[in-house]
Write a protein that binds this ligand. Structure first.
Ligand code: C2O
Length: 353
């Protein structure tokens, strides 16, 4: 077996539906062009002092920070659609990688997919890394870091307020209107017909118990937390890690619109459109943070040493619109990549089911 990789030279049409085969659509999510790719290099800690910048919790950021992110995102949205750094193409990255836009290198009949396997955490980490670099470049601040949606802490269990400012670049009009602030999140949300409508304290307690279960009880091995192997020549597996299913997936659906006018739970509730909602990147920043946290919970919680994992790779456009190939082995440590997360307490540690 070999590591798996997307054949980005043959990007094709992507397909989506409502998750049950209804309302199918076909769309072109391919990036606008392919230059020669360069390989991503981690900064060398011996030749340059390591700079680590901090991604803040979204519910704690001040107005200056919001203005800065506002400006960066507005500039990204103002880039022409033909620019691979435009918000349109950044969102389409998720679609191409998740809805059948790519097949595996050298294997035209085998789809490529970065969900439901050990590629889930590293792919999204790399995706956010370049998204953030582009934003930083647009405002001339290479230290700019995106905020994380701290949904594992009671203070963060609502949509961060600033995403709900109409006429801001953070706004998405087709989120589930019943779930706007101050509605408390339901981390086990299972669709509009099964709203739990629990009293505030009960909902918070239930959410903390879910976090404990997904981070600890159901996350005792690498496969249980990170997901199962995906190797070249295999069909994409369906072996998601605990956190990918819940609350990662349930939050996507909780934010997305279940109303018939959108048909497919857009934006957040469908792979192809999830990246169109700016809240996606803060949701995934917290998903990314849980990967780092998991590794601190037990000495047994380590990344795979498997070469097929370490040598898997993805392609992204960087802040200079240069195509970059990045290997999973370079995505294992956020500090080496130049960022970390604002520390917050983890009340779910004590919320045993
Ligand atoms: Cu690629 Cu949150 O999904």
């Amino acid at each position: 077996a070999k590591p798996t990789a997307p054949d980005v030279t043959e990007c094709g049409l992507s397909e989506a539906d409502d998750g049950h085969g209804n309302n199918p659509i076909t769309l072109d999510c391919c990036p606008s062009g392919f230059g020669q790719a360069v390989d991503f290099k981690l900064p060398n800690p011996y030749s340059e002092p390591r700079k680590v910048n901090i991604r803040p919790a979204a519910h704690l950021v001040n107005n200056d920070y919001i203005q800065k992110y506002w400006k960066a995102l507005a500039l990204m949205k103002a880039l022409p659609d033909s620019d691979p750094r435009s918000f349109k193409q950044q969102a389409d990255v998720h679609c191409a990688y998740c809805n059948g836009g790519y097949h595996q290198v050298g294997l035209p009949d085998l789809d490529y997919q970065i969900h439901a396997s050990w590629l889930f955490f590293p792919f999204h980490r790399a995706y956010l890394y370049f998204y953030e670099k582009i934003l930083g470049k647009l405002i001339d601040d290479p230290t700019f870091k995106i905020p994380y949606w701290n949904w594992d802490h009671p203070d963060g269990m609502v949509m961060p307020e600033f995403f709900n400012i109409p006429n801001s670049p953070f706004f998405d009009p087709i989120r589930d209107q019943k779930h706007l602030p101050p509605t408390v999140m339901d981390l086990s949300y299972d669709g509009p017909t099964k709203e739990h409508n629990l009293p505030y304290n009960d909902q918070i307690a239930q959410n903390l118990t879910i976090m404990h279960r997904q981070m600890i009880t159901n996350a005792k091995t690498r496969v249980m937390f990170l997901g199962g192997p995906f190797r070249s020549c295999d069909d994409p597996p369906s072996e998601p890690g605990s956190l990918e299913v819940q609350p990662h997936g349930t939050i996507h659906n909780w934010v997305g619109n279940p109303q018939p006018n959108t048909l497919r739970w857009e934006d957040m509730g469908n792979f192809y459109s999830a990246g169109r909602d700016p809240i996606f990147y803060s949701h995934h920043a917290n998903v990314d943070r849980t990967w780092s946290i998991w590794k601190t919970l037990s000495h047994r919680n380590r990344d795979f040493k498997d070469k097929d994992f370490l040598n898997s790779y993805f392609y992204f456009y960087d802040e200079n619109a240069q195509l970059v190939r990045i290997y999973v082995r370079d995505c294992l440590d956020t500090v080496k990549m130049g960022y970390d997360y604002q520390p917050m307490d983890l009340p779910w540690l004590k919320s045993r089911p």
